[in-house]
Design a protein around this ligand. Structure first.
Ligand code: CAA
Ligand code: NAI
Length: 247
């Protein structure tokens, strides 16, 4: 088992990629904190995991866009299991619109969740990891953060920002035993792509050399690699998992 005895904090762990990751990490021997804004999904995920895994999963409600809420989440995890070995900054949202129609609210909310949320979670947890002298931080970017995308000014800004923070933290924290990397998924079959117009989605699919959308498990496996000891010389990288898609 690749994560035996490790503790992982997964934001957005109640649905989609985060939920699949929680299940994979439990299978690999970890204890998992599922942290999510969606209480119903998060608690259901944890109940399902604990039905087979003893009590190796807990749910903590968090709004990552609130510094206070994130501080409370970290306090709960520390009290329950001590300093996590792994932080997956996976929570994220979209509010797509063409630039000329994008409202200030759409811009601000996506920045608050996808960019500020990653900053808050890492800002409050990293000092504890530094104190222990080890930790793995994995940030979720996107193919959209690397190449940009029509209708996603707000989202692209956050996911490019996540890459900037990843590379900065890899430099700041590497010599303190903390590895910081990012995963940049392509189009993955979760509720996030459900609202993409059929025509646009088909155009994307046509450009994927592997001829399929990604599955949540494709990303969970990438997170697992970066969370495990097998990636101990990997730091400051952006792992693109997109079937070869270029947008
Ligand atoms: N590629 C090519 N053409 C695109 C496009 C794209 N990604 N997105 C929109 N267009 C085209 C449309 O086909 C349309 O073309 P025509 O005028 O020739 O019909 C034109 O741009 C205008 O689009 P809409 O008529 O749809 O304009 P709208 O204002 O009603 O909607 C929109 C705009 C909300 C951005 C909508 O087009 C949309 O939802 N696009 C999809 C955006 C997208 O790809 N989001 C990804 C979500 S998943 C995710 O974000 C996860 C991740 O990290 C990958
Ligand atoms: P999803 O919508 O299935 O899951 C996202 C989870 O984040 C949900 O459980 C949601 O409740 C939670 N969340 C949203 N706002 C929150 C907040 N303020 N505080 C706490 N939790 C919050 O989406 P999916 O696809 O699993 O996305 C996971 C991550 O992967 C996101 O960061 C997304 O941007 C990224 N991503 C997804 C891709 C895709 O095609 N599905 C592609 C590239 C990146």
């Amino acid at each position: 088992m690749r994560l035996q005895g490790k503790v992982a904090l997964i934001t957005g762990g109640g649905n989609g990629i985060g939920r699949e990751t929680a299940a994979l990490f439990i299978k690999e021997g970890a204890k998992v904190c599922v942290a999510d804004y969606d209480e119903t999904a998060g608690q259901a995920a944890v109940d399902e995991l604990n039905a087979t895994a003893g009590d190796r999963a807990i749910f903590v409600k968090v709004d990552v866009s609130s510094a206070e809420s994130v501080e409370r989440m970290i306090a709960v995890v520390l009290e329950h299991w001590g300093t996590p070995d792994i932080l997956i900054n996976n929570a994220g949202i979209t509010q797509d619109s063409m630039l000329t129609k994008m409202s200030i609210e759409q811009w601000q909310r996506v920045i608050d969740v996808n960019l500020n949320g990653v900053f808050y979670c890492t800002r409050y947890l990293a000092p504890h990891m530094v104190q222990r002298g080890k930790g793995k931080i994995i940030n979720t970017s996107s193919i959209v953060g690397v190449h940009g995308n029509i209708g996603q000014t707000n989202y692209a800004a956050t996911k490019a920002g996540v890459i900037g923070m990843t590379k900065t933290w890899a430099k700041e924290l590497g010599h303190k035993g903390i590895h910081v990397n990012a995963v940049a998924p392509g189009y993955i079959e979760t509720s996030m792509v459900a609202n993409v117009p059929e025509k646009v989605l088909q155009q994307m699919l046509d450009k994927v050399p592997l001829h399929r959308l990604g599955r949540p498990s494709d990303i969970a496996q990438a997170y697992l690699y970066l969370a495990s000891d097998e990636s101990d010389y990997v730091n400051g990288t952006v792992l693109e998992v997109n079937g070869g898609l270029v947008i």
